[in-house]
Design a protein around this ligand. Sequence first.
Ligand SMILES: [Zn+2]
Ligand SMILES: [Zn+2]
Length: 108
Amino acid sequence: MNNQMTFLARNAGFTVKNPRKAWATRKAMNKHRKSHPNCEYCGRSPIHVHHIAPVRVAPELAADPENFISLCGKRCHITIGHAGNWRHHVGNVGLICDAVKINRPWSR
Ligand SMILES: [Zn+2]
Ligand SMILES: [Zn+2]
């Protein structure tokens, strides 16, 4: 029995109700956290792994690394990822962070 099967056996219904906490999602997010340890906007750490397309809208992208972006927990996650309100989601957050990198080549 693999890890995911064990997890599901112990937490029946958990994955279906909350794809954000599914084993595959957590694993993919941890991997992203290790490969992108700094905020994509300001370069600070520690970071949160932000979902570009919100999980409640696009649960099929919950574990997709293309849908992750690292934003620091102190400021950028809420301001850049969510426009100051956790109920909002900034759709072009990737473009915003890319623009910042172009404008501040020293922070690469
Ligand atoms: Zn977020
Ligand atoms: Zn930041």
